[in-house]
Design a protein around this ligand. Structure first.
Ligand code: SF4
Length: 237
């Protein structure tokens, strides 16, 4: 389900479930207000001189990719959604069944929860860029294998380079481990700003699917989002 399909009462319920309503309503720090992104649509793609692929070429490469075994059972590749001018990039682990069917990351209940979290910090699915470590669904929703993540990493690296986000939010263990090259538990990676691809700041938090199973982690997630907001420079007036 997309952000647009979530009704206002449903958003309120989700925010209440998250325990975010009271926080979202109070006066927020400047950094939290400034997280709203400009997200200007890119309507024409100039020729690149920096050696990076064009956005369209990258999308085409992913849609036809057979670099790893995950190509065999996918229905759709899941490139990612959002703004090419995003200041936030959100990286999860892999598409699930519904994402595979629709070709869009973070749909279903976990996606609704992510949308609610983004709304609570003043941004939206359209203003950030959301993608995964691997662009094809692992069978049975298993974790991506290291060789699959490695095969797919060129696409994620290109996306990061093209978007050049101010912040990368790694949601969940698989995303954090692959972005940071560590195997430290998420609980110990939280609460600090890491140096990620290209020296960009990376903040680690729990995956929305985990939050659905573990409501007690929602307050920690809010702390993570506040830390993430503090890393995004104020947008130009
Ligand atoms: S997961 Fe990535 S590397 Fe593997 S087939 Fe899909 S797009 Fe290609």
């Amino acid at each position: 389900m997309s952000a647009e399909e979530v009704s206002a009462p449903e958003r309120t319920r989700i925010l209440q479930d998250l325990g975010l309503v009271a926080w979202a309503r109070r006066a927020e720090p400047q950094a939290m207000q400034d997280v709203t992104t400009t997200a200007e649509p890119v309507t024409a793609e100039p020729a690149r001189t920096d050696g990076l692929p064009s956005w369209e070429a990258l999308q085409q490469s992913v849609s036809g990719c057979t670099r790893c075994a995950l190509a065999e059972q996918r229905k759709n590749t899941v490139f990612g959604v959002g703004s090419r001018a995003a200041r936030w990039m959100i990286v999860g682990e892999a598409p699930g069944a519904e994402e595979d069917r629709r070709g869009e990351p973070f749909v279903g209940r976990a996606g609704q929860l992510l949308d609610a979290i983004l709304e609570a910090v003043g941004t939206s699915r359209d203003e950030v860029f959301i993608t995964n470590i691997v662009k094809c669904r692992p069978p049975g929703n298993r974790d991506p294998q290291p060789e699959e993540a490695e095969a797919c990493s060129q696409y994620l690296q290109a996306q990061i380079a093209l978007i050049d986000p101010a912040l990368i939010l790694a949601v969940g263990r698989v995303a954090a481990h692959n972005l940071l090259g560590v195997e430290t538990p998420v609980g110990r990676l939280r609460g600090q700003v890491h140096e990620g691809p290209g020296g960009r700041p990376v903040v680690v938090t729990y995956h929305p699917a985990y939050l659905l199973r573990t409501p007690s982690a929602k307050r920690k997630t809010w702390d993570d989002l506040r830390l993430a907001c503090s890393q995004v420079p104020p947008k130009a007036a």
